[in-house]
Design a protein around this ligand. Structure first.
Ligand SMILES: Cc1cc2nc3c(=O)[nH]c(=O)nc-3n(C[C@H](O)[C@H](O)[C@H](O)COP(=O)(O)OP(=O)(O)OC[C@H]3O[C@@H](n4cnc5c(N)ncnc54)[C@H](O)[C@@H]3O)c2cc1C
Length: 362
């Protein structure tokens, strides 16, 4: 049994805590948030307030094939390895009382007829993962059978095997189902050195392994930048959407993700800025008009709230794992944190000599 201290209770921090506590280690987690619960949707965040985890804002797309449009094949392979791991994690969390957090029903790639050239270019890029099935073209009848509410005149492809996770609920469940973990909320970690976490206020926490999963909070120790992303939450009673869909769009990678309670999340902009201020009119108009063009029934949906957060990115847009005795740093999950986290956690623990038995239950 090792004493492990984790700085950051976002996607990586909670997944690590859940897994390592389940394998019998003594785990402590430190985070400036005031508890494990998701932030209140739509709450106005004061400019000087501590930002919450990017993981809460994410759409939760597990879409390694579609991401090949803009990501390296190495990222897609991590995503493809993570899909069965997510299914196991989802089953274990369901057994623990939180059902339905992970769904793998494929996703759809859509384009308007006028964007056929762009769609062909994108499709030609979606072959970077040898073990993944190829996109399947759908004619109008096949599309209607899968998603009757989508506009009938769209070009469409099914990406089999892709899925989604419910971010807010999964972050909560990982904390709830890690009873052995000592959670230290309202606690900022100022620095990590081998075997120690330095907490704000001057105290130190001694461990066998210190793990840094602070996302953008790991600066300046790690060279990272934040990439702004905006999402819109819609309440859409009666609108049937069964799986995530992505529209090839000249300016955004627009996706629509079904959520419980007859909600649809529309995302996401990707803007080179660390501005966390509210969603711009331009992003809102572009994302919502693109969403309405593929799912016309959204016309009467109600806009519940709009949300902005920053994705933690390294210069190469690849995840970074650094290990030396007593210290493990994992960061730079950029726009794929949910999609690749289980495989990244496996690789990081293997590097630290804590490979264990995979994503085992607590
Ligand atoms: C709009 C948007 C949409 C997205 N959509 C998707 C998607 O569909 N699919 C996907 O796979 N990914 C998506 N992502 C990306 C994903 O959210 C991130 O890659 C992921 O959250 C990174 O995980 P993390 O654990 O490294 O960081 P985070 O989730 O940001 O967690 C970092 C944690 O560290 C804590 N922390 C910060 N500073 C300190 C400190 N000094 N001491 C202690 N703790 C600290 C924070 O409070 C936070 O809890 C999206 C992101 C955004 C913004």
């Amino acid at each position: 049994m090792a004493r492990i201290g984790i700085a950051g209770a976002g996607v990586l921090g909670r997944l690590l805590a859940w897994r390592l506590a389940g394998e019998g280690h003594a785990v402590s987690v430190f985070d400036p948030a005031d508890g494990p619960q998701p932030p209140v949707p739509g709450a106005v965040v004061a400019p000087n307030a501590r930002p919450h985890a990017a993981g809460f804002t994410a759409a939760g797309m597990l879409s390694p094939l579609a991401e090949l449009d803009g990501a390296e094949p190495a990222v897609a392979r991590l995503g493809w390895r993570s899909l069965p791991l997510w299914q196991r994690i989802g089953q274990q969390l369901a057994d623990g009382g939180a059902p339905g957090l992970v769904r793998v029903d494929g996703s759809l790639l859509l384009a308007h007829g006028s964007d056929r050239g762009n769609a062909q270019r994108t499709l030609s890029r979606l072959s970077g993962v040898a073990e993944a099935p190829a996109p399947q073209p759908l004619d109008a009848a096949a599309l209607r059978a899968l998603e009757p509410a989508l506009a009938g005149n769209l070009l469409a492809w099914l990406l089999p095997g892709e899925g989604q996770v419910l971010p807010r609920e999964t972050l909560q469940a990982l904390a709830d189902q890690s009873p052995g973990v000592r959670w230290h909320w309202n606690t900022l970690v100022e620095a990590l050195v081998p075997g120690r976490l330095r907490l704000a206020g001057g105290s130190e926490h001694a461990v066998d392994l210190a793990i840094d999963t602070r996302g953008l909070g790991a600066r300046p120790e790690l060279p990272l930048r934040g990439v702004r992303g905006e999402v819109i939450w819609l309440h859409a009673p009666g609108v049937r959407l069964h799986r995530p869909v992505r529209l090839l769009h000249p300016r955004h990678r627009v996706y629509l993700v079904p959520r419980p309670g007859e909600r649809v999340v529309v995302g996401a902009s990707e803007i080179e800025s660390e501005d966390r201020s509210p969603v711009s009119l331009r992003s809102a108009v572009e994302l919502m008009s693109a969403a309405h063009s593929v799912l016309p029934e959204l016309a009467e949906a109600r806009i519940e709230h709009l949300e902005t957060n920053l994705r933690p990115a390294r210069a190469d847009h690849l995840p970074g794992i650094e290990h030396r005795p007593g210290l493990l740093r994992i960061n730079g999950l950029f726009r794929h944190g949910w999609m690749i986290a289980p495989a990244v956690v496996d690789d990081a623990l293997a590097a630290a000599g804590l490979a264990g038995e995979g994503q085992s239950p607590p």
